[in-house]
Design a protein around this ligand. Structure first.
Ligand code: PLP
Length: 438
């Protein structure tokens, strides 16, 4: 599974749906129907069925290049936080651009390797790394372990020595900054399970310096996700750079400073941070500094590059609410049920009627199984809908709840559509199980 390089080197700069930055969406109406780049979404639905995730290669590349270009002049490495969308084709697109990766498990490292990504540009985040995952990452030669506790540091030192290796390490520090986002995606407050308390960082660096299995490389923060405000970023970055200077004062010099991810996007009416403002802040903070900047963007790179394509099965008008029952459900897209998240829902072939107020719901047996509330749409059974901004934390959070096979994934590249994950079969879902012996 590889993508064919696009003639002309892919200089197009589509950033899907990112309004206000002078860019076009990769999913636009053309002659009355929605396209993904040069391919009608209806054609994809016919060929691969629904529900189906559709990604735009141009939108992925456009977003990565926009962030990379905004940071021109600041030595940096973008490590795509692949938990947002770990499809091999998505990783392949970023790997070809020279991207690094931010992983949170041995499974994700295996995906980086399978997609042709560079472990040497990979950082390993997460509070619960197992000894087996540490061995795997040491053998692969990753760039850095982002260590989140004293206990993890001790284990990593022991594992590295037993393997005859030295583990490159950053400490993930908790700057105790409120990112003003959804509580489920806030990670930098002192109540959080993530990171090392700010005040504990210096003693831990001193301890690490004496460990034979550990090589100190950097420092790391990640304060949360879907952040639309510059102030918490600036406050957290200042706190961490202050720590970097205090470390230097003790002779502990770092190669890089990793400021994590978290850049928000517009789902509905949020005012996302213009990337130029974010980059200008970083340029200011890093002017004259020796350390390289590492970032771990996830959502911002991929959210607008994907839609979830689903078909209306039934219309069910009711006494209180009218339900449009579609073939995608909370197992395909959990964000509405989990965070009460809002996603745009657009008909693939819009009609001109006045429309009705619909609850867009799936077939799963839970009242939380909805994709959208209260949408005025002119619908008929069989219609196709595109759920927007479904490139991030969408397929990645999908499950087989209700024994529903996971959706297909398609990547569009210009006029071509590539199936990059085939739909699961019902038999696959129980293939690893067995009944009791007779
Ligand atoms: C989830 C995560 C990211 C990416 O966050 P986004 O909001 O998707 O940019 C980056 N770093 C770490 C450690 C994470 O857990």
């Amino acid at each position: 599974m590889t993508l064919v390089p696009r003639p002309g080197g892919g200089a197009r700069c589509l950033v899907g749906g990112r309004r206000g930055e002078g860019s076009r969406s990769a999913f636009e109406l053309r002659d009355g129907e929605l396209y993904a780049e040069g391919v009608p979404l209806a054609t994809i639905a016919e060929r691969y069925g629904t529900p189906c995730y559709v990604y735009s290669r141009a939108a992925l590349e456009g977003a990565w290049r926009a962030l990379d270009a905004a940071l021109a002049g600041v030595p940096h490495l973008l490590c795509y936080a692949m938990k947002a969308n770990a499809n091999l084709a998505v990783l392949d697109v970023f790997a070809r651009l020279g991207s690094g990766f931010d992983i949170v498990s041995g499974g994700e490292l295996a995906r980086v390797v399978a997609a042709g990504g560079d472990p040497g540009r990979t950082v390993f985040s997460g509070v619960g790394k197992s000894a087996a995952e540490m061995r795997q990452a040491l053998d692969a030669g990753i760039l850095c372990f982002n260590v989140e506790s004293a206990a993890e540091l001790e284990r990593l030192d022991a594992v590295a020595r037993e393997r005859g290796r030295v583990a490159p390490v950053s400490f993930r520090v908790n700057p105790d900054v409120d990112p003003k986002t959804h509580p489920y995606i806030s990670t930098g407050l002192k109540e959080s399970k993530f990171g090392i308390a700010y005040g504990d960082a210096l003693p831990l660096y001193r301890q690490a310096r004496a460990m034979r299995g550990i090589a100190i490389r950097g420092i790391d923060i990640h304060i949360g996700s879907q952040i639309t405000d510059l102030a918490p970023y600036r406050e957290a970055a200042r706190k961490v750079l202050d720590l970097v200077d205090r470390l230097a004062g003790e002779g502990i010099r770092l190669d890089h400073v990793d400021l994590g991810g978290g850049l928000g996007i517009r789902y509905r009416d949020e005012a996302p941070l213009p990337v130029a403002e974010y980059a200008a802040m970083l340029r200011g903070l890093f002017a004259g500094r020796a350390e390289k900047l590492v970032l771990e963007p996830g959502r911002w790179l991929v959210a607008d590059a994907g839609v979830l394509l689903t078909r209306v099965e039934y219309l069910k008008p009711g006494p209180a609410k009218h339900f449009a029952i579609v073939d995608a459900a909370m197992n395909d897209l959990l964000r509405p049920a989990l965070y009460d998240a809002w996603h745009g829902v657009d008909p693939v072939r819009p009609r001109s009627g006045p429309g009705t107020r619909w609850e867009i719901v799936g077939p799963v047996c839970e009242s939380a199984d909805f994709l959208a509330h209260d949408r005025v749409l002119d619908l008929a059974p069989g219609d196709l809908l595109a759920v927007r901004a479904a490139g991030a934390y969408a397929m990645a959070m999908s499950s087989n709840y209700n024994a529903r096979p996971r959706a297909a994934e398609v990547m569009v590249d210009g006029d071509r559509a590539h199936l990059v994950r085939r739909r699961e079969t019902a038999a696959e879902l129980h293939a690893a199980e067995s009944t009791l012996p007779r």
